[in-house]
Write a protein that binds this ligand. Structure first.
Ligand SMILES: Nc1ncnc2c1ncn2[C@@H]1O[C@H](COP(=O)(O)OP(=O)(O)OP(=O)(O)O)[C@@H](O)[C@H]1O
Ligand SMILES: [Mg+2]
Length: 247
């Protein structure tokens, strides 16, 4: 069960969901986590920062949105300047930015991701558990280091994504392998406890225009998203609450 608004939020918090690599589950994570936060009672805005518009497509599956949060498209390198304006006249408490792949490019998608990171309090990097994926993710380290020079409090959370459900060499010691590939002095980086597995329901729910908690409640896929939501609420929202808990 996702807890019901355990912490009050006084200043909106922003999460950027990004990775250099395509197809790792950025949009899936962003949309389902937004659904989890909304289910927990928070007012949530998703920014689709990917020109592919996958999140927007998900929203537009039906005329009337079936998502429990707002969504806008803003695939630009000035997200960090636009977000304060968007928040000024709104009651959003949590903002999630779905970034495009190609984060490490110096222009284009890279500039969009850099802007999202500049806007973010937390960076979530979904990573598939293969050595090649770890290396592709490591390409982002210079960008993260660069942004962390401006924002020393920026926290990077690595999320094991699309993990096979059958045990293999790939699924063993993933967390340690990830950290040892990516751990860099000066970056606040950790691997989230919750892992998201490869499950057909995750691939189905966008077609129905719904987040997984509404599309397939009570399933293992939904349970994983509930755990992820709870972990992030406990890890991240307590910071915004400055220790003041309504729980
Ligand atoms: N945990 C999962 N289990 C099964 N399918 C998944 C899972 N996560 C993502 N998918 C599917 O894999 C494909 C890629 O996922 P998604 O669009 O979330 O990745 P992405 O990183 O946002 O991709 P892109 O780089 O193109 O933006 C989609 O078809 C999605 O439905
Ligand atoms: Mg995407």
């Amino acid at each position: 069960m996702v807890p019901n608004k355990p912490y009050a939020i006084f200043m909106a918090l922003t999460f950027a969901v990004c990775n250099q690599k395509g197809g790792v589950g950025k949009t899936t994570t962003c949309m389902n986590l937004a659904g989890g936060f909304a289910r927990a009672g928070y007012s949530v805005l998703v920014i689709d920062a990917d020109p592919q518009g996958s999140a927007l497509e998900w929203r537009n599956r039906s005329e009337e949105s079936l998502l429990p949060f707002e969504l806008i498209q803003l695939a630009s390198a000035s997200i960090h300047r636009e977000i304060p304006k968007l928040l000024a006249n709104s009651s959003y408490e949590l903002v999630l930015i779905d970034c495009p792949p190609g984060a490490a490019e110096s222009k284009g998608h890279g500039a969009v991701t850099r802007s999202a990171l500049l806007a973010a309090d937390f960076v979530i990097i979904p990573v598939q558990p293969t050595p090649m994926d770890f290396l592709a993710t490591a390409i982002m380290v210079p960008l993260l280091t660069d942004v962390a020079a401006f924002k020393p409090d920026l926290r990077t959370l690595l999320l094991v994504s699309r993990k096979p459900t059958t045990a293999s060499r790939l699924t063993r010691d993933v967390r340690q392998a990830l950290l040892s590939t990516l751990e860099i002095d000066g970056l606040q980086m950790e691997v989230l406890e919750t892992e998201i597995h490869q499950r057909t329901l995750f691939a189905e729910s966008p077609g129905a225009g719904k987040a997984i908690l509404d599309y397939a409640p009570g399933t293992k896929a939904a349970e994983e998203v509930e755990l992820l939501t709870k972990e992030l609420i406990d890890k991240c929202l307590t910071i915004s609450a400055s220790g003041v808990s309504a729980a």
